[in-house]
Design a protein around this ligand. Structure first.
Ligand code: BLA
Length: 511
C-alpha cells in the first residue's frame, strides 16, 4: 500500500482528501466493479446491513438483497445516464421489513458506489419540497445581495436545524468573508469576519465545486475503513462524490478548537465556479438524514439562480454608475474648474465605483492628497517609478513595495495603488491608494472555547491561521478587481479628454 500521506500545517493543500479511504459512522459504502461484483466495502457494513465487509467482498451484489430490492435499485440507477451526481432513494425498506434506508448511488471513477444510511420514519418528500419553496420565496426579490444572503441564512437555519448558518463568500485571493449569518441568541457572531484561504485549502475548494454538500454530524464520531484500501492495481477508491466520506482530521481538529461539534457546508456556485459556501455549525452533534440534505442541496441550487440574478443586476448598475460618473466629471471639469479644485468632489464620485483609502492628484507639479497616502516627497519618487510604466494605460498593483522597494516607506499608509495617467509628457497622475489588507479587515479573535486544544495546538484555530495569513499578506492591499480596473480605464479616458480640453482652452486664452 502507498505510504500514508504526510500532512502537516504547511502543506494543507496537498492532503488527498478524496482518497482517505474511510467513511463516517452514519452510513456504509459498497463499491462495485463494472460487472456488479463487490470490490470495496466499508467495515461498518455489518452494523448497518448485517453483513461484514469481509464476507461480501468478491461476491455478487445482487445476492445481498431480495430480487425486489435489486430491481428497485437498478431502476433508480437509470437516472445516472442523464443526470450528473447521484441517484437517490429515501426511506426504502431494503430488506422488506421495518428497517428503512436512505440510499445514494453514483458513478465513481471506476466503480458504481452505493451508500446506505439507516433512517427512521417515512419519506417526507412533499413536505420538504413545500418547505424549500416557501423559504426560497423569501430569498427572492430582496434587491441586494446582503439582504438576500441574510434571508437565505435564516431560511437554511430553519430548514436544517443547525444552530448557526453563515453565508461565506470567497474573495479574489481565496480568503473568505462571512457576509450573512443566522444564529441563536447569545452566540458570538462571525458576521463580517475574514478567514484566510488556508482554512479551506485549494483541493477542498476544487472538490466542493464538484460535490455540493458535506456533513460532519459528530467531529468525535467514529470512522470506518474501506477495505481493501487499494484495488489489485494499487489504486485507492475515489470518494470525491461519496456522501459518507470521512473528512480531513486536520479540519476536525480545527472545528473542535472552534467549539463546533457538528458541521455542514453547501457549495454556492456562480457560472460553475465556487462563489462561496453555506457554512453551518451546531454546538452538539447533529445528524440530518439524506432526504433533508437533499432538500438543503435544492435550496442552495435555487439560491444560485437568485445569486446570478442579483449579481447581474449589480454589474449593470456598475456600468450605469461608471457612465454617470463620466457625465458628472465632464460637467464639473468643463465648467472651468481646475482639476485640483474639483479634486475633492471628483474622488468622492470615484469612490462609489472604485473603493480606496486614499487618493492623490499630481498635475502641473502640484500634489493634492486626501486620506491615507504617501507624502509629497514620497510621491515624487513614486511618480518617477510610475513614469516607467507603459504610457497611456492604467497601472495597478496590490503590493507596491514588491515592485518599487522604496514603497516600503509608506506601506503602512498605501500598500496598493491604481494610477491613471491623465496627460502625456511629463506625466500627470490621479492615483488611488489602498491600505494593507491585514489592517483593514476585521477579525474577532479567538473562538469562545479554546478549552481543549488538539495535538496541533492553537495553530489550528481561526485566530492562529489568521496570524499566519497576516504574514503572507503583509504589505499587500485588497486586489484591484477586473471590474474596477475597467472602470479606471474608462475614467482615464474621460480625464484625459477633459484635461486636454482645458489645456487647449488655456492655450487659446494665452494666444
Ligand atoms: C474544510 N474548512 C473546511 C470546510 C470549512 C472550513 C467550512 C468544509 C468542511 C465543513 O463543512 O466543515 C472552514 N468553517 C471554515 C471557516 C468558517 C467555517 C473558514 O465555519 C468560518 C466561519 N484548515 C485549516 C488549516 C488546514 C485546514 C490550517 O485551518 C490545513 C492544514 C484544512 N479544511 C482543511 C481541509 C478541509 C477543510 C483539508 C477539507 C475537509 C474535507 O472535506 O475533507
Amino acid at each position: 500500500s502507498p505510504p500514508a500521506p504526510q500532512v502537516d500545517l504547511s502543506n494543507c493543500d496537498r492532503e488527498p482528501i478524496h482518497i482517505l479511504g474511510r467513511v463516517q459512522y452514519y452510513g456504509c459504502l459498497i463499491a462495485l466493479s463494472s460487472d456488479w461484483i463487490i470490490a470495496h466495502a466499508s467495515e461498518n457494513c455489518d452494523a448497518i446491513l448485517g453483513q461484514s465487509a469481509e464476507s461480501i467482498l468478491g461476491t455478487r451484489f445482487i445476492d445481498l438483497f431480495s430480487q425486489e430490492a435489486v430491481h428497485f435499485l437498478r431502476t433508480r440507477i437509470q437516472v445516472l445516464s442523464y443526470q450528473p451526481g447521484a441517484a437517490r432513494a429515501f426511506a426504502y425498506p431494503l430488506f422488506g421489513d421495518e428497517r428503512l434506508f436512505d440510499i445514494s448511488i453514483h458513478n465513481g471513477q471506476r466503480h458504481l458506489i452505493f451508500e446506505f444510511e439507516p433512517r427512521t420514519g417515512p419519506s417526507r418528500q412533499l413536505e420538504e419540497a413545500g418547505d424549500v419553496q416557501a423559504l426560497i420565496g423569501r430569498v427572492q426579490h430582496q434587491g441586494t445581495l446582503e439582504k438576500m444572503a441574510q434571508e437565505a441564512a435564516r431560511g437554511l437555519r430553519l430548514l436544517s436545524g443547525f444552530d448557526r448558518v453563515m453565508v461565506y463568500r470567497f474573495e479574489e485571493d481565496d480568503s473568505g468573508t462571512v457576509i450573512a449569518e443566522a444564529l441563536e441568541r447569545g452566540q458570538k457572531p462571525y458576521l463580517g469576519l475574514r478567514f484566510p484561504a488556508s482554512d479551506i485549502p485549494a483541493q477542498a475548494r476544487r472538490l466542493y465545486t464538484r460535490s455540493p454538500l458535506r456533513i460532519i454530524p459528530d467531529v468525535d464520531g467514529p470512522t470506518y475503513r474501506i477495505v481493501p484500501e487499494v484495488d489489485p492495481n494499487g489504486e485507492p477508491l475515489d470518494l470525491s462524490l461519496a456522501v459518507t466520506r470521512a473528512v480531513s482530521s486536520i479540519h476536525l481538529e480545527y472545528l473542535r478548537n472552534m467549539g463546533v461539534a457538528a458541521s455542514m457546508s453547501v457549495s454556492i456556485l456562480r457560472r460553475g465556479k465556487l462563489w462561496g459556501l453555506f457554512a453551518c455549525h451546531h454546538r452538539t452533534p447533529l445528524y440530518i438524514d439524506y432526504e433533508k440534505r437533499s432538500s438543503v442541496e435544492l435550496f442552495a441550487q435555487l439560491f444560485n439562480y437568485e445569486l446570478a440574478q442579483v449579481e447581474m443586476d449589480s454589474e449593470l448598475r456598475d456600468v450605469d454608475r461608471a457612465r454617470s460618473l463620466h457625465d458628472r466629471m465632464m460637467a464639473q471639469l468643463s465648467s472651468g474648474h481646475r482639476i485640483h479644485e474639483a479634486f475633492e468632489h471628483l474622488v468622492e464620485d470615484i469612490r462609489e465605483v472604485i473603493p480606496f483609502d486614499g487618493a492623490a492628484i499630481y498635475s502641473d507639479g502640484a500634489y493634492t492628497a486626501i486620506g491615507s497616502t504617501p507624502t509629497r516627497e514620497e510621491f515624487l519618487g513614486l511618480a518617477r517609478f510610475l513614469n516607467t510604466a507603459p504610457a497611456s494605460q492604467i497601472y495597478a498593483t496590490d503590493n507596491i513595495g514588491h515592485r518599487y522597494p522604496k514603497g516600503q516607506d509608506f506601506v503602512e499608509r498605501a500598500a496598493g495603488l491604481l494610477s491613471l495617467p491623465i496627460s502625456r509628457t511629463p506625466r500627470d497622475y490621479l492615483v488611488l491608494f489602498r491600505r494593507e489588507l491585514a489592517q483593514s479587515v476585521t477579525w474577532a479573535g479567538s473562538p469562545e472555547k479554546p478549552a481543549e486544544i488538539g495535538p496541533n495546538g492553537i495553530r489550528l484555530t481561526p485566530r492562529k491561521s489568521f496570524e499566519a495569513w497576516q504574514e503572507i499578506v503583509r504589505s499587500q492591499s485588497a486586489p484591484w478587481k477586473a471590474g474596477e480596473r475597467r472602470a479606471a480605464e474608462a475614467l482615464r479616458v474621460t480625464l484625459l479628454e477633459v484635461v486636454l480640453k482645458l489645456t487647449e482652452e488655456s492655450n487659446i486664452v494665452r494666444k
